[in-house]
Design a binder for this molecule. Structure first.
Ligand code: 5GP
Ligand code: MG
Length: 456
């Protein structure tokens, strides 16, 4: 899971990419990078750390030009090397190129092995490097044709922003699994970004979402040119709405906050609870908990406080430290909780670590009864398309029933939103990607799971 941005035909393009990446920091905190192009060369700055830590005035002195692309990388266990930061830059036969990628290629291993057989060498574990190699190895004369050639060899989820010294290419896979939108900047330039919250910060005017299977080609002084490369087979990722995206973003026409409210309301119908108070697990459970409280007609309180200064970076992804992490991050307001029957609402249950700690925390604060409600269906399958869910063995719902989990986290009850309820909440005009819940790996057949990591 990552954020990408591309800015074109706009003075100080790298500054705009920077603000966009700042607005999308929630999509990845491990490393960040921007490359800019001034028509003659591409310059790249990338490093581990947050957007505000990595870029300073020195960086912007280097990042000249009217085109810039950028990336925020999500932490994945075992791959924390700077070599895994993006964009990926390379010199090749036609000049210079830089690529930023969001999503997961399910045929990464096959493509890589084929490239290695033909003598390619790799610096990182990233599937993005495959993309650069495929472009460099293509026999086509023009970059645009090399990109099309490369796209024929990708399977899975991807949103791509590709920069040459003078042009920019933007591609969304045929399934539209990851979000990507287009807007116009006040200065007349264009911006594409994973989430619309980036446009709001820059005062850019939303134009439309990039269509599944579409490529947009940006050339200086021209309107972006659209080409439909693949026939659309639209399955946007439901998990963007459940957890990943910022609530102020609008993805493919659906407001993220409102969809979470609906999930909460639907959950109240499906899994009601006889309680005095509804509490969210902040921040990700807030909107769904509001909807749940409204659906039940029960008071809502922010009775758990979150410490926002706890970074992910100093936490090692081991189980022992994960347990402590919940306490570092969340703390209850006992006076609101004492003696009450409580419904506690979170957006999703992955390993069950958070819920267990929270139930314990609420008990210590004097809660009479604790009813855990999850505004998503049971996560039974790892996602192969870029959501960083762990391997199936680590997914608690893959092994245990809600009843068994409820007992193990020592709650009085536990209820999940149904898959039908989720579909209804998101609107039935579209076929969403629900792989984490139903195991329907529609893209890339039975390719191996990329595996995974470090959840909060
Ligand atoms: P658990 O403690 O059950 O393993 O995880 C549940 C919590 O993880 C929920 O509070 C949810 O907001 C959060 N969560 C869900 N998906 C993700 C993800 O992809 N990354 C991170 N960091 N947290 C997630
Ligand atoms: Mg959460």
């Amino acid at each position: 899971m990552c954020a990408i941005v591309g800015v074109y035909d706009s003075p100080n393009a790298s500054k705009k990419a920077y603000y966009a990446l700042f607005a999308m920091q929630h999509r990845g905190q491990e490393s960040t990078g921007i490359s800019s192009a001034d028509g003659k060369k591409i310059t790249l700055v990338k490093k581990r750390g947050l957007v505000t830590e990595v870029f300073d005035e020195d960086a912007f002195d280097k990042l000249q030009g009217t085109s810039a692309i950028g990336h925020n990388r999500y932490s994945t266990a075992g791959n924390e090397s700077i070599l895994d930061a993006q964009p990926v830059f390379a010199r090749y036969k036609l000049g210079e190129i830089s690529v930023a990628h969001n999503g997961n290629l399910v045929n990464k291993q096959e493509v890589r092995e084929a490239l290695i057989d033909r003598g390619a060498i790799f610096q990182s574990g990233m599937d993005t490097e495959n993309i650069v190699h495929l472009i460099a190895k293509s026999q086509e004369d023009k970059l645009v044709d090399r990109i099309k050639d490369m796209l024929q060899k990708l399977e899975g989820a991807y949103c791509l922003v590709i920069q040459s010294r003078s042009k920019m290419f933007v591609i969304r896979d045929r399934y539209g699994i990851r979000p990507l939108s287009l807007a116009k900047l006040e200065d007349g330039g264009y911006i594409v970004a994973s989430e619309t919250c980036a446009f709001d910060l820059l005062g850019a005017t939303f134009i439309r979402d990039i269509r599944p299977g579409e490529m947009l080609i940006f050339e200086h002084g021209k309107e972006p040119k659209s080409e439909q490369i693949f026939e659309s087979d639209y399955h946007p990722c439901a998990f963007e709405y459940i957890y990943f995206a910022r609530p102020d973003s609008i993805i493919d026409g659906t407001n993220v906050y409102e969809s979470r409210l609906k999930m909460g309301k639907c959950l109240a119908k499906e899994q009601p609870a006889n309680v005095d108070l509804v509490i969210p697990v902040p921040d990700s459970g807030v909107a769904a908990a509001r909807g749940f409280a409204e659906g039940l007609g029960v008071p809502f309180e922010m009775a758990i406080v979150r410490n926002h200064y706890i970074g992910r970076t100093f936490i090692e992804p081991t189980q022992a430290i994960r347990n402590l992490k919940v306490k570092l991050k969340l703390s209850p307001i006992s006076s609101l909780i004492k003696g009450k029957s409580i419904a506690i609402v979170d957006d999703s249950l992955v390993r069950g670590t958070t819920s267990k700690q929270i139930v314990k925390m609420l008990k210590e604060a004097g809660a009479k009864e604790i009813h855990m409600r999850i505004a998503a269906p049971e996560i039974k399958y790892p996602c192969r398309y870029g959501i960083d869910t762990p391997t199936q063995e680590e997914l608690i719902s893959a092994k245990y029933t809600p009843r068994e989990i409820s007992d193990s986290i020592e709650a009085d009850s536990l209820g999940f939103l149904s898959i039908e309820g989720l579909k209804k909440s998101l609107g039935e005009h579209r076929s969403y990607s629900l792989v984490s819940f139903d195991g329907n790996y529609f893209a890339g057949g039975n390719a191996k799971s990329p595996g995974c990591s470090d959840l909060e």
